[in-house]
Design a protein around this ligand. Structure first.
Ligand code: SF4
Length: 191
């Protein structure tokens, strides 16, 4: 009697904002999913920092054997939308818009390429609001017809574990979230 074939793992497109977060979340999700990374981060300023973070994300993808899809870098579009909220503090409305811009790109791409699910690593950060991301993800999931994988990866010491893993792997860990405004705030000691 032939054995039943194992069911294929659901394919998930995982938005990755940086290598340290991707390393931990790709590993966690890889246990039950077929993971593809998606680097879509037009928020990152300046371009040199963007290139640096992308290079590190490629390194993680190579290390784990995970394909990495790279979105176009379009900081002008990001600024035109999120820049309206430039005076908001981190975790304010500017960040909600920034999550939405990146999650919409991920949802669109996941639908276009026939993924079962889409997700983001961003909830790993203690400076990011998982509940807001999950709400936005659900909305784009409904709009594009692909389910958002809701999560809060900082739970169960996720952030601590990601710091340890990325240190062990010698990965670059940024000192500010990504945009021009967060860079200025970090320089001014606001974070
Ligand atoms: S602080 Fe981070 S999440 Fe908020 S707008 Fe800037 S890059 Fe986006």
């Amino acid at each position: 009697m032939s054995r039943p074939r194992p069911r294929p793992k659901p394919r998930v497109l995982v938005h990755a904002c940086c290598a340290p977060d991707a390393l931990y979340v790709f590993e966690v999700l890889g246990e039950g999913h077929d993971v593809t990374g998606f680097f879509s981060n037009s928020n990152i300023h300046p371009r040199e920092e963007y290139e640096l973070r992308l290079g590190e994300a490629r390194k993680v993808a190579g290390l784990l054997g995970v394909p990495l899809v790279e979105d176009a870098y379009d900081p002008d579009r990001w600024l035109a939308v999120a820049g309206k909220f430039k005076d908001e503090p981190e975790k304010g409305r500017r960040c909600d818009v920034c999550y939405a811009l990146r999650l919409e790109r991920t949802a669109e791409r996941a639908a276009r390429d026939g993924f079962d699910l889409f997700a983001t690593v961003m909830s790993l950060s203690p400076w990011k609001k998982a509940a807001v991301m999950n709400r936005i993800g659900r909305q784009f999931g409904a709009r594009y017809g692909v389910r958002f994988l809701e999560a809060d990866f900082k739970k169960k010491d996720g952030f601590k574990k990601s710091v340890e893993l990325s240190r062990a792997g010698g990965l670059y860990r940024q000192s500010y979230c990504g945009c021009l405004y967060s860079m200025r705030a970090a320089k001014g000691g606001d974070r």
